[in-house]
Write a protein that binds this ligand. Structure first.
Ligand code: F6R
Length: 612
């Protein structure tokens, strides 16, 4: 949700800001802008739409300077427009601000400032911060102190980058509940919402914690707490390389990330077993027999795709460990006064590690004494730092807004956690464990198999079904969950109306929506439920639906009821979800491609949802 970048050094800041913003576009692309300290004051250029529009604007109307901040927006307060684009000036054009987050009490602050004679140009909450900083600055003549005093008045979340025309050598940065890092260069330093923005220049950074401020100059970085005391922080060195944040010959990041899945699953399985392969070893997770004996229920909490990965975990844990598991979307969990206590294990799942609702759910769970295990991709992210235990999903950067490889990594983590808990509590026999381990080892090559063989068939189905306006995904058990994820992908990038249903629930209402040529994707990989789902497919066929089935190799009787079938390799029942999801990802991708949609940057969406 909004990306921030800043540069202070010896070179022109503008190219650094533009390339940084391009790397951060996954966070929002409603508008983009830069502010640069020039000899005659701060120059701001901003434009509605993607960073490309800003780039064009800068060609016609350039700015340059050695200190600057930039922003790519996902609109919250005020429609996407040039006027609401960041950076925002204070009155008098003394202060310029970029902001990621939401200032909840902005109306109250705005009223106060208007009463003092301040004028506002935009509909944003951010302009309030710019004017408040200016108001304090006029009194104390100290930019850092003016920002600090402003933060004391702001309620809500923020990552801020601030420039002042009187302070030509510095940026002030601050953070609360929206991510911000301070990149460490040589003779130049940076601020950024996320490391890809500055990876070309440095891998070393300070990760700001909540209510911390930084005074960033070309040769120094000082960090302060909200009381204004200088604090020491350790440097974090990111392991990523620049290629990880590039398309590497693929047309879209989404396609690249789909094809990375064999490696991602392999990496997630490597080193997670004891040498003899008989036990799970999850580094950094203190969830042994003693802790688990104290747990009488599990909650799995997440949003979107991560929530569906969590749901896979619920089905597995309940069936194998026989412990009650509630799965909740974080935005519901946090406001429903959940029944959790010190005997509850809360598992939160998040790719970005910054999703506001998931983070708040985690804090609530901790406040109530629950033990929190986070399954997170982004190393050093807020969720990873707040949780009691962290299992990193080792998926690398996921840049496409639509999540693909992160899902496979999260589901793999669910397999490992289920096996670990089952083994610690004596709920799985050595034989069953060995059988599942053998099946797990085959997963990466089986994913590869689908990726190398299924594409021509999927493209054929896309051509056949491209006119579909409504698409239903049906399945039972784990297949139902997979259908939820498939349906979400199709909505997100192909903008098709799509609904997932528990196959057995269809006849209780939704079947009324099936008419001639409605497309139904039937996921039928669970052999114990095969006949049941096959009957439900017959029911929709009888009402004119066209059915594309995803089934396990060997179950060819599905061809009696489906119009088309995609087969996945045979595997253990508990491991079908990742395999069944790969054709769904490709189906959504090629549908969106066929419809000419912007696959990596779907409308209205952004990765890393740091607002509620
Ligand atoms: C869907 C998608 C979103 C995210 C959700 C949670 O393709 O990407 O639904 O899964 O916003 O994000 P994280 O995992 O970063 O907490």
């Amino acid at each position: 949700m909004c990306g921030i970048v800043g540069y202070v050094g010896r070179h022109n800041a503008v190219p650094v800001l533009i390339s940084g913003l391009e790397s951060l576009e996954y966070r929002g692309y409603d508008s983009a802008g830069v502010a640069v300290l020039q000899n005659d004051g701060i120059g701001i250029r901003k434009a509605k739409g993607k960073v490309d529009n800003l780039r064009t604007l800068l060609l016609n109307n350039p700015v340059s300077g050695k200190v600057g901040i930039g922003h790519t927006r996902w609109a919250t307060h005020g429609a996407p427009s040039d006027r609401n684009a960041h950076p925002h000036f204070s009155n008098g054009e003394v202060i310029a601000v970029v902001h990621n987050g939401i200032i909840e009490n902005y109306q109250e602050l705005k009223d106060e400032l208007e009463a003092k004679g301040y004028k506002f140009e935009s509909e944003t909450d951010t302009e309030t911060a710019a004017n408040l900083i200016y108001d304090f600055y006029k009194e104390c003549n100290d930019l850092l102190e003016a920002v600090r005093l402003t933060l004391e008045r702001i309620e809500g979340s923020y990552a801020l980058g601030v420039l002042c025309s009187d302070c030509p050598d510095q940026i002030i940065a601050a953070r609360k509940e929206s991510p911000l890092i301070i990149g460490i260069g040589q003779g130049e330093n940076f601020i950024a919402s996320d490391i890809p923005a500055i990876l070309e220049y440095t891998r070393d950074a300070y990760i700001l914690d909540d209510k911390e401020l930084a005074l960033v100059k070309a040769d120094s970085i000082q960090i302060f707490d909200i009381e204004g005391n200088e604090i020491e922080k350790s440097v974090y060195s990111y392991k990523w390389n620049v290629e990880a944040a590039q398309k590497s010959g693929y047309d879209h990041f989404m396609l690249k990330e789909i094809y990375e899945q064999p490696k991602v699953v392999k990496d997630n399985l490597a080193h997670r077993f004891s040498e003899d392969g008989k036990h799970i070893e999850l580094d950094g997770i203190k969830l042994g027999k003693e802790q688990l004996k104290n747990i009488n229920q599990i909650y799995i909490v997440a949003c979107g795709t991560a929530y569906y990965a969590g749901l896979v975990g619920k089905y597995l844990l309940e069936r194998i460990v026989r412990i009650p598991v509630n799965s909740e979307v974080a935005s519901e969990f946090r406001y429903k006064d959940p029944l959790i206590d010190e005997h509850t294990l809360v598992i939160v799942v998040s790719q970005s590690g910054e999703t506001a609702d998931t983070l708040s759910a985690l804090k609530l769970a901790k406040d109530r004494g629950a033990r929190v295990l986070a399954i997170v991709n982004a190393v050093g992210s807020s969720i990873a730092r707040e949780a009691d235990d962290v299992l990193y999903t080792l998926a690398g950067f996921e840049i496409a807004v639509a999540s693909t490889k992160a899902f496979s990594a999260q589901v793999t983590a669910m397999y490992l956690i289920t096996l670990h808990i089952a083994q610690e509590l004596g709920k799985i026999s050595d034989e069953d464990f060995a059988e599942i381990k053998t099946a797990l080892d085959k997963l990466p090559s089986q994913i590869n198999d689908i990726l190398t063989k299924a594409v021509p068939a999927i493209r054929k189905f896309v051509n056949k079904y491209i006119g579909s306006k409504n698409v239903f995904y049906i399945g039972r058990g784990l297949d139902y969950v997979v259908g939820m994820e498939g349906s979400l992908k199709l909505k997100e990038i192909a903008y098709l109306h799509s609904e997932p249903y528990a196959a057995g629930e269809l006849k209780h209402g939704p079947i009324a929506l099936i008419e001639e040529a409605t497309l139904v994707v039937g996921v039928v990989t669970q052999e114990s439920l095969f006949d049941k789902t096959k009957s439900n497919i017959k029911e929709v066929k009888a009402r004119g639906a066209k059915v594309l089935a995803i089934a396990m190799k060997g179950n060819s009787s599905i061809e009696e009821v489906a119009d088309d079938v995609i087969y996945i390799p045979r595997t253990h029942w508990m491991l079908t979800s990742i395999l069944a999801n790969i054709p769904q990802q490709l189906f959504a991708y090629y549908m969106a491609l066929g419809l000419g949609e912007d696959i990596d940057k779907p409308r209205n969406l952004a990765k890393s949802v740091t607002v509620e």
